[in-house]
Write a protein that binds this ligand. Sequence first.
Ligand code: NAD
Length: 296
Amino acid sequence: MSATVLDGRAIAAEISAQVTRDVARFTAQRGPIKLCAVLVGADEAARLYAQKQRHTAVKVGVQYELLELPETITQSQLAVEVDRLNRDPAVTGIIMQLPLPPHIDPALAQYAIDPYKDVEGVNPANLGFIFYNVPIIAPCTALAVIELIGRSGLELRGAEAVVVGQSRIVGRPLSMFLTTRMATVTGCHIDTRDIAAHTRRADLVVVAVGHPALIGADHIRPGAVVIDVGINRVSTTAPDGTVTWKTVGDVDYAAVAPIAGAITPVPGGVGPVTVAMLLRNTVEAARKQRERDASS
Ligand code: NAD
């Protein structure tokens, strides 16, 4: 039997429709929601990405501003710029576009963002609150994975879950999310000796590494839920020498789909749901700021 395909685009469209209604209600009652993206030393690809981000935000009714800063900016000058946005009541959400130039520490740059305006959920304070299961704003990709698991019908309580990839922004917060939902969680990473020994006994395998076809049929127990976070560009060369590029995940989809119970495709799985979660977080951030301001 073939796996249920978890259609990220359809799920994202559903979430975005709800966000559009929430933004309209919030704007009518309490004023506009405004997202500001900080871009340091922009190249053309980064500007293009920001343009897409603007389109997505405006589509749900969120205002969007791109703050372009020079490549030569220092860490402390960047912190001053972020602080200005933190204090600006018109700005309700802040995104720090990555990658940053090598002389800027991304964790410190993200640390400068007000946790209530941190719509990506990457400030260490927001990551820390996951430990207490009371995040102000949680990381979008981890939220997206939880949403997709929910759609698969898997009961997390008591489930064996393996998260391959333990990054600060994706794998580790997700492992903590799963633990707080009472799954039994194993975290695999580059130094794990035998990944298949862990994944083969799992009800849920989430892969967030950035390595095409890392997970194949031998890694998956029949019926398991497989969530592929990875995004990789790979090329194939035809006999006539024509090179074609495509986007794939970390899971060998063709090999795993016939075995898994449910699976996310790449593209069209975790990616679109992550964007939808960013929009949902943007409304949530604005709402929580108003609550904080009202109580102070
Ligand atoms: P990262 O580079 O910060 O971390 C990678 C993790 O994978 C590390 O824990 C590392 O130990 C582990 N790892 C590396 N090689 C390994 C191997 N051979 N076997 C097992 N573990 C290995 O990456 P990240 O920022 O968490 O991103 C991971 C992937 O997810 C990338 O492909 C990225 O593009 C993608 N991503 C997708 C979304 C989305 O919305 N779909 C969001 C964020 C990241």
